[in-house]
Design a protein around this ligand. Structure first.
Ligand code: ATP
Length: 361
């Protein structure tokens, strides 16, 4: 993998407000990289410092081995697609896309037309060139914006919440298309999103940001399975947290977990260096199960009582109380054929597995 963008010790202040704090980051050529975090965490600011729309207060931004200090946005090998559909409604689709080529006086009309056609094909709008832009759907407008950004063949495409204005179905469809498009053109995409599912689906790697800092930078599976803090775990999906007391740390970790008892886990189940003493054990709802009558398991069991049932059609979410734990365990069950839906107040047994635990400080 070749690194394309490097940020070293980047800080950004707006007056007294410290918007980016000591950002160190490398993004690779051809990577689909996402900046994920709650509103106000600084992800747009970080994207804009890469684009050159914001200067850094301190630190270095390098693209393709060159220091970008003093290099204006239009001279950087980046192009940006915004959340709102920044297209011209009074122009045709083809004219909107050709707008990206307005400064290319070296190209004649036919060459420009060929590039426009290619770009429209790429985003699935082949044959739409003559249409009026104002007559397009939200998803189609965002494709026009993508085509216009890609026609300049930037090294990096910066996407600031490009799908957030679309409805759920269209957003999911565009996610798949964006992945395909990125693979096809092979350039680096950097996506800003506050939607954890979107980031998990689309990205090679994700930087999760809180309050101007990167909390964790990993591939989607590692982020989900081994979040390095409670904050990351809570931001990405759901997780049950149980009080724990770490007894010994070595090749394995021995701990007492509230409600579950003595547990031994592999050292890598603690993403951060661990000491003996108070800790938290995290378990995802889908790694727990309720044991239905007639089912057996070789895994561990703990008695519980159903406290809440939320039925989703394909899934049922149960809250189950177990002894010694104040907060009920949240458990996600697939509604398979022949499986009843339990009722509030029913006694049940919860199946758990120490391999799905993550141990957090
Ligand atoms: P959102 O998802 O809401 O857009 P974000 O993570 O992208 O959030 P940023 O837009 O990067 O957040 O903003 C980070 C912080 O910096 C916010 O508290 C914001 O109010 C502040 N900020 C951003 N731009 C400016 C500015 N030009 N002047 C002053 N403060 C700013």
């Amino acid at each position: 993998m070749t690194s394309l963008i490097t940020l070293k010790g980047v800080n950004k202040y707006y007056g007294d407000y410290h918007a980016l704090r000591d950002i160190d980051l490398t993004i690779n050529e051809g990577e689909f990289f996402s900046l994920l975090g709650p509103s106000g965490c600084g992800k747009t600011t970080l994207l804009r410092t890469i684009a050159g729309f914001e200067s850094v207060s301190d630190g270095v931004v390098m693209i393709g081995g060159k220091d970008m200090a003093g290099v204006s946005a239009n001279l950087r090998p980046t192009n940006m697609v915004f959340q709102s559909y920044a297209i011209f409604p009074h122009l045709s689709v083809a004219e909107n896309v050709a707008f990206g080529l307005r400064k290319r006086s070296d190209l004649d009309k036919a060459a420009k037309q060929a590039l426009v056609d290619d770009a429209l094909d790429m985003v699935g709008l082949g044959g739409f060139g003559a249409r009026a832009a104002h007559a397009l759907s939200g998803g189609q407008r965002q494709r026009v914006a993508l085509a216009r950004a890609l026609i300049l063949k930037p090294k990096v495409l910066l996407l600031d919440e490009p799908l957030s204005a679309l409805d759920k179905k269209m957003r999911e469809q565009m996610q798949v298309e964006l992945i395909r498009l990125q693979r096809h053109v092979g350039i680096t995409f950097i996506l800003v999103t506050h939607d954890q599912e979107e980031a998990l689906v689309m990205s090679d790697r994700i930087a999760v940001m809180f309050e101007g800092r990167i909390g964790q930078l990993d591939d989607p599976e590692t982020l989900y399975r081994r979040p390095n803090s409670r904050k990351v775990a809570e931001f990405i999906g759901k997780m049950n947290f149980l009080k724990a007391d770490v007894k010994a740390v070595g090749d394995v970790i021995d701990l007492d977990v509230a409600g579950l008892g003595k547990v031994r886990v592999a050292a890598e189940q603690a993403p951060e260096p661990m000491n003996t003493g108070p800790a938290v054990a995290g378990i995802r709802p889908e790694t727990l199960a309720v044991l239905f009558d007639g089912e057996t398991t070789v895994r561990k069991l703990v008695d519980g009582v159903v406290d809440e049932v939320v039925y989703y059609g394909d899934m049922t979410y149960y809250d189950v109380r177990i002894a010694g734990v104040a907060q009920p365990l949240n458990i996600a069950m697939k509604n398979l054929i022949g499986r009843p839906v339990l009722e509030v107040g029913e006694k049940t047994r919860v199946v758990w597995d120490e391999r799905s635990l993550v141990v957090l400080r």
